[in-house]
Design a protein around this ligand. Structure first.
Ligand code: GLV
Ligand code: MG
Length: 323
């Protein structure tokens, strides 16, 4: 994919599975789970002394593992550490051809995204990869990142998603709760509403996806569902999963309705027919009273991609108009 059409491609990301890059057993197991995205972590799930070896473990698993059907992401360390450049160089030089995006945590301003963009460009040129081919996911995890979220979203054509990091964020603003993703006691409304909406507006303004972060009570699937439903209702595209039990819940909650899925498939069929030889090679199509053009086709591709990833079956079929 080149950078021009990246922002429209919108890969399915209902469930984004976190896997510590230092744990080969988890890296093995993750390949068999039905998550839309997997991210191999060099940051907080990877102890400082384990990071150098984990970089090479990740390269090996990206190149030799079977990640088919999944978006492949590596989370590097943030720019305030000494690890970021080495994370990026080792992983992208070693496995750039088998990597879709780099996730950058604790992003605070556009310059941090641009620094990663420039580094990626140099590596892509050096190893002969398409320039701009690797995307960026930016995590918003502190007050400064949220205040600057618009410039972060606009910082690079590589940007694909804005990701909320509730654990670091709660710590950064002194929120009075220790249960990540849960409401702090003593506040009568949703303490996350502003944060999530702020992220969502920036994401939608720049045609990016908005992803909710982790829910750390991994055995409490009902609690996970409740928090995920809240984000999905606002319009978020997906949520992190830390445990196999959360994958199914996330895939279900962030899937389109049957009606929307059927409609999207009909749009794609109508457009394909009308732009084909048999349909008169037109630039737009009609579906009943609805006009379908290239832009509506792209929107339909997003919904149909989500529905197909969910294994949904369509309940309507397209019949070419007569005459
Ligand atoms: C994720 O990185 C978080 O801090 O919640
Ligand atoms: Mg974090």
């Amino acid at each position: 994919m080149n950078s021009d059409n990246r922002q429209r491609a919108l890969r399915p990301r209902r469930s984004c599975l976190a896997v510590p890059g230092s744990n080969p057993r988890f890296l093995e197991k993750a390949q068999g789970l039905p998550a839309d995205q997997v991210f191999l972590d060099l940051e907080d799930a990877c102890a400082p002394l384990a990071k150098p070896e984990a970089r090479h473990t990740i390269v090996k698993f990206l190149n030799e593992g079977d990640w088919s059907g999944k978006t492949r992401v590596v989370r590097v360390n943030d720019w305030t550490t000494e690890w970021t450049y080495r994370d990026v160089v080792t992983v992208v030089e070693g496995a750039g051809a088998n990597l879709d995006c780099v996730m950058l945590p604790k992003v605070q301003d556009a310059a941090q995204v641009q620094a990663l963009d420039m580094l990626l460009t140099q590596i892509e040129k050096t190893v002969g990869l398409e320039v701009g081919g690797i995307g960026i996911e930016a995590q918003i995890e502190n007050a400064k990142g949220l205040v600057n979220v618009d410039e972060i979203a606009a910082a690079s054509p590589r940007m694909e998603t804005i990701v909320f990091g509730p654990a670091d964020f709660m710590a950064s603003i002194n929120m009075k709760s220790l249960v990540v993703g849960e409401q702090p006691p003593g506040y009568p409304a949703d303490a996350y509403h502003y944060i999530l909406m702020r992220i969502l507006m920036a994401a939608r303004t720049h045609d990016l996806q908005a992803i909710d972060g982790p829910y750390l009570q991994i055995r409490d699937v009902d609690g996970y569902r409740e928090v995920a439903r809240r984000a999905a209702a606002l319009g978020f595209d997906g949520k992190w999963v830390l445990h196999p039990g959360q994958v199914e819940a996330s895939n279900e909650i962030f899937s389109p309705s049957q009606e929307d899925y059927d409609h999207a498939e009909m749009i794609l069929d109508a457009y394909e027919y009308c732009t084909s030889e048999a349909g008169g090679k037109k630039g737009s199509a009609m579906l009943g009273d609805e006009m379908i053009d290239e832009a509506s086709r792209k929107m339909a591709l997003v919904i149909s991609g989500k529905g197909r990833a969910a294994g949904m079956q369509r309940t309507t079929s397209f019949t070419p108009p007569e005459g």
